[in-house]
Design a protein around this ligand. Structure first.
Ligand code: NAD
Length: 220
């Protein structure tokens, strides 16, 4: 049973159809993760529909071409990525974790990026937001461990989503980063499998961890 929360109604509905085609039960709730009432509504809809919340997967976000160094990024882009990536994750934890505690524990999976672990040029706003989520992951794991809530994050590098395939076309810096991936570029399924592991009992004592799913690029 999966509650899909996304600002994009068309994409969300398609995700629900994919889950249903695979035999699962899913519900779409149009949500802006940067809006407190919207997140509150999404969590309460999921809980009332499915009877509780066991896993919270915070994945909304991403960088844009308006990012840059601290002197070249636009101020609007700084606040956009802070609102969606960092504040959105914080808000979803704020309303989601109390529901997980009511179930006796569960798993929160956040999404960072290799830029939370290594320095990258021209991504100052995105790096600050993802670095913030990495720190939030550790703080939240410490805060709620006693109540059975595990909190981890996935750090992908280049993963071939539609958005990133478009970015690969026009940007030499991204192409150069792509060439440093040791075993090929990531596919969305690689991230999904990592999320499933962190969500499941198989990762029972893994908490506060940042799991790189990055084709080794962080160590090159
Ligand atoms: N694809 C990569 O190469 C890559 C690398 C590192 C990290 N990541 C991270 O992985 C996550 C997913 O990236 P992706 O490449 O699949 O991007 P994507 O753009 O394909 O997916 C992001 C999703 O977030 C949704 N979203 C955006 N703003 C939202 C909001 N305010 N409220 C609710 N939903 C919102 C979008 O509608 C979209 O469905 C992001 O957090 C991104 O930073 C991606």
């Amino acid at each position: 049973m999966v509650a899909v929360a996304d600002i994009n109604a068309q994409g969300g509905a398609e995700t629900v159809r994919m889950i249903e085609r695979a035999g699962g039960d899913a519900l779409f709730c149009e949500t802006d993760v940067s809006s407190e009432p919207s997140v509150q509504h999404a969590i309460s809809t999921a809980v009332s529909h499915f009877g509780g919340l066991d896993v919270l997967y915070n994945n909304a976000g991403g960088s844009s071409r308006n990012d840059g160094s601290v002197v070249s990024a636009t101020i609007d882009e700084f606040w956009r990525v802070m609102r969606v990536d960092l504040f959105g994750t914080w808000l979803c934890c704020r309303f989601g974790i109390p529901e997980i505690i009511k179930r006796g524990g569960g798993s929160v999976v956040n999404t960072v990026s290799h830029v939370a672990l290594v320095g990258m040029r021209n991504m100052s706003a995105y790096s600050a937001a993802k670095g913030g989520i990495a720190a939030l992951t550790r703080a939240t794991a410490v805060e709620f461990g006693e109540q059975g809530v595990r909190v981890n994050a996935i750090a992908p590098s280049i993963t071939r989503t539609e958005r990133v395939l478009r970015a690969l076309e026009g940007q030499p810096a991204v192409q150069s980063l792509a060439s440093r991936h040791l075993v090929g570029l990531g596919e969305p399924q690689h991230v999904a499998h990592a999320a499933l592991y962190l969500a499941s009992a198989e990762s029972g004592v893994v908490t506060g961890h940042i799991l790189s799913v990055d084709s080794g690029v962080t160590i090159t």
